[in-house]
Design a protein around this ligand. Sequence first.
Ligand code: ASP
Length: 320
Amino acid sequence: MTFRARHLLGIEQLAPDEIRSLLDLADTYVDLNRRTIKRTDALAGMTQINMFFEASTRTQSSFEIAGKRLGADVMNMAVAHSSVKKGETLIDTALTLNAMHPDLLVVRHPNSGAVALLAQKVNCAVLNAGDGKHEHPTQALLDALTIRRRKGRLQRLVVAICGDIAHSRVARSNLLLLGKMENRIRLIGPPTLMPAGVAEFGCEVYDDMAEGLKGADVVMMLRLQKERMDGGFIPSEREYYHRYGLDAEKLAHAKEDAIVMHPGPMNRGVEIDGTLADDINRSVIQEQVEMGVAVRMAAMDLLARNLKAERGARAAGVVV
Ligand code: ASP
């Protein structure tokens, strides 16, 4: 197993061999998760704390289930009822929790870079569960696992990422991961929802769905991140759906066996047609959720191995 990282802060810091190792291990967890008895002891005796400073359904429950299946003691910090509401800073909160000796800290925060900052202050492994519009590494890894299992490979695929690219950490992490694995990436969306400097990303950019979807193997839809927009970026949701909402007619431009993905939460009738989202012959949205648990188990297992090795070396007097 090749995995050198101490924290999982973003895809940016991972090498292709580390990504492959993590996905290989995640494959074994997919099998385990389909059994009746799903428990292992990879994290037995270890403590995992989940701190979510932003709303989450899938990611938080997925990390909680993943930790429990690996045998960790899992604590979800109720941010809404915590000292954060009394004005405590992120760092003070983290230092308080650090004093309780957690081994893994899973953090989601509305500010880009906040999770990396926190990782510098604590002694445990930190996993980024989404920081602002920066990165959402476990989402890109679970998307990669879904694609690899469905398409039989993770290279030389044409992947179309559609919608609100500018505000999406999912798009950013996916761009990095799929780029590292040598895929052809197309970004499709209105120019107002494309990030500044998009021309330098090394991918093709389209504002027309029919053109951009031509020959795509994978179609990844994104939610309009209204909570990160200040002002109007689209004329209306109706107009947006008409031009950029994925339905069977637009999907017909992609390859016949193209798969449809969405990280959730989805807005039916805004970025995707509800019937298409539920079409089990095209949509892999539920599979993405399943892969999410396996990928998070793999990520925490690998970080815990590195943490144990580091602590073991330190105890033996080796400088690390
Ligand atoms: N759940 C994903 C995220 O946290 C995507 C989204 O919210 O649209 O970034």
